[in-house]
Design a protein around this ligand. Sequence first.
Ligand code: WQD
Length: 344
Amino acid sequence: MNTKNRYILVTGGAGYIGSHTVLALINNGYTPIIIDDFRNAHKDVIFRLEELTAQEIIYFSVACQDEFRLKGVFEQFHIEGVIHFAADKAVGESTQKPLKYFDNNFGSLISVLELVQQYKVENFVFSSSCTVYGDPKTIPVVEKSPVSYNSPYGFTKKVNEEMIAQFVESAPFVQATILRYFNPIGAHESGKIGEEPDGKPNNLLPFITQTAFGIREELTVFGDDYDTKDGTCIRDYIHVEDLAEAHVAALSKANEAKQNPEIYNIGTGKGTSVLEMIQVFEKVTGQQLPYSIGERRSGDIPEIYANADKANKILNWKAQKSIEEAVKSAWKFENFIREKRKSK
Ligand code: WQD
């Protein structure tokens, strides 16, 4: 068994947030080990990560629910920490296929925690979401704000958080951290790693960049009659590179109370409307974005943004990058990926 390196197992490490976290881990002296079944990620990401870091990336093409094969990885390496991203994440799809979400999002967490238990892993970081706040009555939301859900996906995240809380009561050796992400956007500054949705994107920025690229005819703004500053929905958009850094901060910070998971909001604390996002895109890229105002999208909440004071203070982490930088990088990535697909 190799114990020289500081191995961090990153489930879903080839995905959007996972791949940026892998880069942040390497920059901070860790050796990530990617577990991914590539159901929602491209193998090519591994090669691009290798190109960017000029080093070999350790990865296993394994589904987290395959506990037997996952155990093999724990046998081979001394795993110091686990960052668990692997999950299905499309809110809309989860309402059509709830069982798929229950199966993967509960099953994967159970087998990963089983191995955390068996191998006495000291650090466990879980990828949660602001979706657990449902439609909040008071904003900005703090970690103690009431939690609820309005989709099977949101339900899995809420229950996953509770599962972790109950698990750590029985496993005092592990420091568990739950990061509630707001809306991640943007791409690595190289423009070579980013969000690669299959088919029609659900999320705003990939839809904008694809529209500007001519892949989609126009963006539909889902409703402009909300009770917000310009009538469109408000979200807390956070640069994915800042988000990635929050995982490194979480790994290096020991919890005070080991028998409770520590929960942190990972957002910027600023709310941006859909129309503002379009303006930023047009400003930083010089492209005009075709869009029209459509119906509200079912399940959308009018407004949410984070109070991220706890992460600022305790994790010593703060979002550094602007929305402009995020949008610019997303546009760079869109151009890169289209060029790449064309040449295949
Ligand atoms: C943002 C805003 C849309 C597309 C989702 C999940 C949430 C979390 C983050 C994982 C909304 C508007 C969008 C379009 C639009 N993920 N929009 N036209 O819904 O805030 O959050 O991702 O945990 O759980 O729900 O993000 O990017 O889909 O939408 O007008 O074509 O953009 O109505 O106001 P959302 P989003």
